[in-house]
Design a protein around this ligand. Structure first.
Ligand code: SNW
Length: 275
């Protein structure tokens, strides 16, 4: 009898302590949620994987600060969700999505096209840019359009939609893979390759700087750029989307677009509904 009694007491004590423990841990998660509702690495800061050489989307200026359309637009979006500290860190493009997926960064911002394949690794915000992929070339290269690309060497940055597209559509072209835009454009300028396949606005910038020409502009509207975040962060994703829509509706997106992409056609879906 006695031993049964103490067993009951022990069991009761155990149950009490377990439920106390789970109570306190559910308090802790509720408090965490309040202090860090979006599940960020640091609650009041956004750590952003980006690119230092994708002007005018994202690049570093003469003093090493990140700037460009994506940088200013994301900084505006961050402010709208109450975060003023946004830290951009330059990566190779191919490293961005894996490191966002494994939690080294809160978000990836670099004109990253939303595709079903990439959506297996990360989640994306709503789209905020839709444009073209450009084959850029020298005037003396012999490349004048997509048909004359055969037998020529063309640069692509590893992991980009351009690499994918070229593998599928330019099967007679010798692809030369580079880690970043700087290396790819140097190869074009020094004659190691005859073309460089990159985003339209970056191509436009290089064309003006180095006297290069667009041999082809290929629509990529089915893969609009979005902000990449780790999977299973519905609160973070919803907050980003709400802020993106607010920035588009009050004309901020439009103002930044005109600043960074002067003369480029503006996708209507991102303009204020009233206009
Ligand atoms: O798919 C396009 C989109 O329509 C818009 O023009 C912005 O660029 C894209 O997202 C394609 N960007 C490439 C990619 O996602 C390369 C990104 C980069 O070089 N930073 O692979």
């Amino acid at each position: 009898m006695k031993s049964q009694n103490s067993f009951v007491k022990l069991a009761a004590a155990l149950i009490a302590s377990v439920s106390l423990f789970s109570l306190s841990s559910s308090f802790a998660t509720a408090a965490d949620k309040q202090a860090n509702p979006y599940g960020l690495i640091q609650p009041n800061e956004l750590r952003v994987a980006s690119l230092g050489d994708a002007k005018p989307y994202t690049f570093t200026d003469a003093s090493g600060n990140f700037t460009g359309f994506d940088v200013e637009f994301f900084t505006d979006v961050a402010k709208r969700i109450g975060i003023n500290k946004v830290v951009f860190i330059g990566q190779d493009f191919a490293g961005i999505l894996p490191s966002v997926a494994n939690g080294r960064y809160d978000v990836g911002v670099a004109a990253i096209g939303i595709t079903p394949a990439r959506s297996k690794t990360v989640d994306f915000s709503d789209g905020y840019l839709a444009g073209y992929l450009t084959v850029l070339t020298r005037k003396d290269s012999g490349v004048t359009d997509v048909n004359s690309l055969a037998k020529h060497r063309m640069a692509v940055v590893q992991g980009t939609l351009q690499e994918n597209y070229a593998v599928q559509h330019f099967t007679q072209t010798d692809l030369v893979r580079f880690p970043d835009n700087n290396a790819a454009i140097s190869a074009l300028n020094n004659g190691t390759v005859d073309a460089d396949f990159l985003d339209y606005e970056a191509a436009k910038d290089y064309a003006a700087r180095f006297n290069l020409i667009h041999a082809a502009d290929i629509p990529s509207f089915d893969a609009p750029a979005g902000f990449a975040i780790a999977k299973d962060k519905p609160e973070f994703k919803a907050a980003l989307n709400k802020a993106i829509q607010a920035s588009m509706q009050d004309g901020t997106w439009k103002k930044l677009y005109e600043k960074w992409f002067p003369g480029s056609p503006m996708p209507k879906q991102y303009l204020p509904k009233s206009s």
